[in-house]
Ligand binder design. Structure first.
Ligand code: ADP
Ligand code: MG
Length: 840
């Protein structure tokens, strides 16, 4: 959802709760606009909405409370409508098809004022040397200022929209379209609907409000059926441009004022009869300040009509045909200036396919190049493996057995393993990792495990020592004398832990033992990467909580050995469509079964006014000797504010609510060693309650914690809530997860109820994807994706189709050297140049 919209809603709800005293915002509601307006534009909220909010807030202080109430509620309704629209758009906008008449070709005007600065520009019309065609014809990189009418100031405005070069115009896609074939007569308008009307300006004038402080343009627009009053707030200069008698088209929401239908701040343009005949479906672009639809539309029209015929199609005709796609040039034309809704749909299909196809092609190519490398084989016989499994303190789940089988095959394949092991918190990934380690170390090589925090690394170290070193008595019971070259048992001294905080003398010792090969397994944090430690023979690298590490770190760890096998583990459930895209270069194993006997965490959604109940439950649990987490969300983008609210809440909880207990505080502003110290005290039970921002998300095991209270739960995605919930319920005791949203909003409560209904992380992740889009999962990775790609990442059918064709093509032509794949390869390289580092 759009952050600025959320924020606005929050302001208004607060104002409503305060009884409309104009104090929800310090200094009065009007003050809010200073920051909100630019944010809203940045988010691409409709200009008419922004204007409506602005004009109403300007007057707000002067109004009586009943009027304020009316205004706030009216705006809240509009916010809700907008949210519905955005929610729908997220599900992939598919406008209803309608037929259209034959359209007269619009002559492209001579558009380039100066020739593009490239030397290799081919004069239009001249036959081009085929082999010289490149995926990006020269000139596309030219600055926007080469266009007539784009000066320095306009260029700056364009840049705010992300348009700097000619190319960027092509990819500045319309926000929506207006269909002039679907016009409504004025007497048939209904309150609240979004419409386009055409009429004649019967009267227009400047209106002064608030004793002349605020000026608006007011016009009466009439068509054959009736008339409507239209107001543009804050916009007195418009009056001049709307002389009596001019015909205009208006698009916007039908509003109400004193019982009459009106339009406020609609988008408008003088009616161009030619346009009516040529483009019945007209694009509406995201704009920024000092820019009109007409102006930008004309520029884009120029660029599109000049450049698209010059753009070669990166997909060969054979592929286009099999995938049922229209040509690239035509897709770009139609997405801007569609001939019909049907053509628009086809254009979008084509562009969507390309976005995902080139991602998939890159991922598959990456995977393929890994597959071509060789790696040492490690083999463990069934007998030894089974014996080892039997010696574990518990019997493995079927899912764990399958995971081990996958890994065992990888290790014996002769190619480096690249596997992602995905399993919910507590599903037992560590023991799977332990068996992988033992396969490799029993083959005489070394392994390493990297975790994101010292506490986690220590936990792994202890667990792995327990799992991999067999007590002497146990060895006695093992039948048959063990062939030492084949033993899977490590000595405790063969496993070491390396942290940033490890004393230098000890580090030196560890380095020496790693170099000599005396140490077989090294567990640590990213200190492993920074340390000059050199392995004698590293053959297996394991990364836990993979999403906490970037690709570079993955690569750096890998570089500590020569083509070592790689196993990455994550507890973050990722919907299948995303996993195929983000982690498509890795083979995927999912542990979808929990060890038996785990009691599901009892989850409740509470209303804000029920907070006392939550505290009472925490008190009960603390009295029984347990511990609790209390999580606060990121309230503002500003970290200061977040820290302040956690700090304040912490003080309040400690002083007023839980004075007899120790309450710890953890937030992002603490230094790493301070964080570690707080976590450690909580782990040791010295703190009874841990108040925290979301930094605790990382998988730390505190089995004694039985309550997870999450404040502001409405701000979290379900997948993230599920992650947080996974911090409790790790011991034998019954555990609770309490979710408190900021308001009693029914819809929000309903969304959160999903948490009470299921403990399945994948189900929740899938719901999240549908409700909140992929941003949640991509995190920092999303930087390289366009908005279109983000939407497409939710479309599993499209992803599977693109994936299938990518595989097919690489199978037939692994290096993409066939002539018909030449442009495809160029485009692939170009796509991945900037993006590869964000992915995988
Ligand atoms: P995660 O997948 O979150 O890393 P862990 O590997 O830490 O999970 O396992 C969670 C707990 O479950 C550990 O205490 C581990 O010993 C235990 N465990 C793992 N597998 C089984 C099993 N098959 N049966 C019973 N307990 C298990
Ligand atoms: Mg784990």
């Amino acid at each position: 959802m759009k952050p600025s919209l959320e924020k606005l809603k929050k302001f208004f709800q607060l104002e409503s709760e305060r009884g409309f005293d104009n104090h929800a915002v310090l200094g009065g509601m009007e003050r809010m606009l200073i920051h909100w307006e630019p944010e809203a534009r940045n988010d691409g909220l409709p200009e008419d909405f922004i204007q409506a909010v602005a004009s109403r807030m300007h007057d707000y202080a002067q109004l009586s409370k009943p009027s304020r109430s009316e205004i706030i509620h009216g705006l809240l309704r509009r916010i809700q409508k907008l949210e519905e629209v955005y929610a729908q758009e997220n599900v992939m906008p598919a406008p209803s098809a309608s037929t259209s008449e034959q359209i007269e070709e619009k002559k492209p005007s001579p558009i380039i004022s100066k020739p593009p600065p490239s030397k290799r520009e081919t004069p239009p019309g001249k036959k081009v040397d085929e082999a010289a065609i490149t995926i990006e014809p020269p000139g596309l990189e030219a600055e926007a200022t080469i266009l007539q009418g784009v000066g320095k100031r306009n260029a700056q405005n364009l840049e705010r929209l992300g348009i700097r070069q000619i190319r960027d115009f092509l990819f500045h896609f319309p926000r929506r379209y207006v269909d002039y074939a679907q016009l409504k007569p004025i007497n048939r308008l209904k309150y609240g609907e979004e419409v386009t009307i055409i009429g004649m300006v019967e009267d227009s004038r400047i209106r002064e409000m608030r004793a002349g402080q605020l000026k608006a343009t007011e016009a009466i627009v009439r068509d054959a059926s009736g008339a409507i009053r239209v107001t543009w707030f804050n916009n007195p200069w418009l009056a001049k441009r709307l002389p009596k008698g001019i015909h205009i088209a208006l698009s916007g929401k039908v509003d109400q004022y004193l019982g009459r239908l009106v339009m406020n701040n609609p988008e408008w343009e003088p009616l161009d009869t030619k346009q009516l005949n040529t483009n019945r479906i007209v694009p509406v672009y995201p704009l920024t300040m000092n820019m009109t639809q007409r102006w930008l539309r004309r520029l884009i029209h120029q660029v599109v009509s000049y450049w698209t015929p010059r753009l070669p199609d990166p997909l060969p005709p054979s592929l286009r045909q099999r995938a049922g796609l229209i040509e690239y040039a035509s897709a770009l034309q139609q997405v801007h200036f569609p001939d019909s809704w049907d053509d628009l749909t086809k254009a979008r299909e084509r562009l969507a396919f390309d976005e995902i196809f080139f991602l998939q092609l890159g991922i598959q190519r990456q995977k393929q190049s890994w597959m071509e490398q060789t790696a040492r084989r490690f083999h463990m016989s069934d007998e030894i493996l089974l014996r080892q499994i039997e010696s574990l303190p518990f019997s493995l789940t079927q899912a764990q057995r399958r995971a081990i089988e996958d890994i065992r095959k990888d290790l014996d394949s002769g190619h480096p393993m690249n596997r992602l092991l995905q399993g919910d918190v507590g599903s037992g990934k560590t023991v799977v990792a332990a068996l992988a380690i033992s396969i490799v170390t029993s083959g005489g090589a070394q392994a390493t495990v990297m975790a994101p925090t010292s506490i986690l690394a220590e936990q792994h170290y202890q667990n792995l020592v327990t799992l991999l070193t067999q007590p002497a008595e146990k060895a006695i019971f093992q039948d048959a004398p063990i062939d030492t070259s084949n033993t899977f048992t490590l000595q405790p001294s063969e496993i070491r832990l390396l942290l940033g905080a490890t004393p230098e003398a000890e580090k030196r010792q560890i380095r020496a033992e790693i170099e000599s090969g005396a140490v077989k397994l090294l567990v640590g944090t990213h200190a492993l990467l920074e340390d000059p430690v050199q392995f004698r023979d590293l053959q297996l690298a394991i990364i836990d909580e993979q999403h906490r590490f970037g690709v570079e770190q993955r690569a750096a760890l890998r570089a500590k050995g020569e083509n070592p096998h790689l196993l990455v583990m994550t507890a973050t459930p990722i919907p299948r469509s995303l996993a195929l895209t983000i982690y498509g270069d890795l083979d995927l194993t999912i542990i979808d079964e929990m060890p038996p006997g785990r009691i599901p965490v009892e989850t409740h959604v509470l209303r804000p006014q029920e907070r006392e109940r939550a505290y009472a439950l925490i008190r009960n649990q603390l009295e029984a000797g347990h511990q609790a987490f209390i999580i606060y969300p990121l309230i503002e983008e500003s970290e200061d504010v977040q820290v302040r609210s956690a700090v304040e809440e912490h003080a309040r909880l400690q002083k007023q609510i839980f004075p007899q207990y120790n309450v710890g505080l953890l937030h992002g502003r603490l230094r790493a060693d301070e964080k570690e110290a707080v976590m450690r005290l909580f782990h040791q039970g010295k703190y009874h309650i841990l108040v925290s921002t979301t930094v605790v998300e990382v998988g730390v095991d505190v089995p004694n914690a039985t309550v997870m209270l999450i404040e502001g739960a409405n701000r979290f995605g379900l997948a993230q809530l599920h992650q947080l919930r996974g911090r409790v319920g790790r011991g034998a005791a019954h555990s609770y997860c309490l979710l408190i949203p900021e308001t009693s909003d029914e819809l929000e409560n309903e969304r959160l109820q999903a948490m009470a209904l299921t403990n399945d992380g994948f189900v929740l992740a899938e719901k999240d994807l549908q409700q909140r889009g992929p941003g949640e999962f991509l995190g920092t990775r999303q930087s390289g994706y366009t908005e279109l790609a983000m939407i497409n990442l939710m479309n599993i059918h499209l992803i599977e189709k693109a994936r299938r064709f990518a595989q097919e093509i690489l199978q037939a032509d692994p290096r993409l050297i066939h002539e018909e794949h030449r442009l495809m390869r160029q485009k692939l390289d170009q796509t991945w140049r900037g993006k590869l580092s964000d992915i995988s």
